[in-house]
Design a binder for this molecule. Sequence first.
Ligand SMILES: *Cc1c(COP(=O)(O)O)cnc(C)c1O
Length: 234
Amino acid sequence: MNDLELKSILANRLELVQERIAQSCTRATRKTDEITLVAVTKTVSCRVVRVMHELGISHFGENRPQELWKKAADLPAAQWHLIGHLQRNKIDKTIPLIHLMHSVDSERLLFALHEYGLKHHTPLPVLIEVNCSREEAKGGFSIPTIQELADQFKTFNGIRIEGLMTMAAYHDDPQHSRSTFVELRSLRDQFRTQTGLALPHLSMGMSNDFEVAIEEGATFVRIGTTLFEGLEDE
Ligand SMILES: *Cc1c(COP(=O)(O)O)cnc(C)c1O
């Protein structure tokens, strides 16, 4: 496929997604500028990312650090989001490349990022990943664990905790994700009161359920398949 064909496919898909985001905002009486679309590029090449960037998208998400290194080197002008597990031995190489870390999923990683921030005098913005769906295969803190840790949020001054992230269990009917998203939002509200932190962000909603997530307060939606399906070989 040549660049023009690729660009026209991506432009159409992007327009549809942005329309759906706008309609969800209307239903929820929210403003579209409260929502940041993070295009999840884990299945596509640097070339596809560059075309998406030319279309005006500047936030991109990757779930594997090595893949993020490669793509961020190719397109350093974009804002890169890590949305998957980060091993502590990859912190030094990954953190300087990213705009926001969505997936702080263990106490060990939380401490390590805090120490990194202290050492480099640049508090890294992070979200805490919570396993609201309670699926064993999913990452993130269990709700009781993070509730216990919340009292200490303010003491982690090497990082800036800006909110929470979750993944709902996959289901054909997106309404099934609603209870997960409501739970993440109430947890955030509870932590606001408990810690005094602003916690402005909720990263929730993917291709199959981003509209429901926006209705329930998402500020970041992470969308891959709907934008990039079928473009894996481009
Ligand atoms: C892959 C991925 C997404 C995007 O999922 P799609 O269903 O392809 O939109 C979102 N969040 C995380 C953490 C992912 O790994």
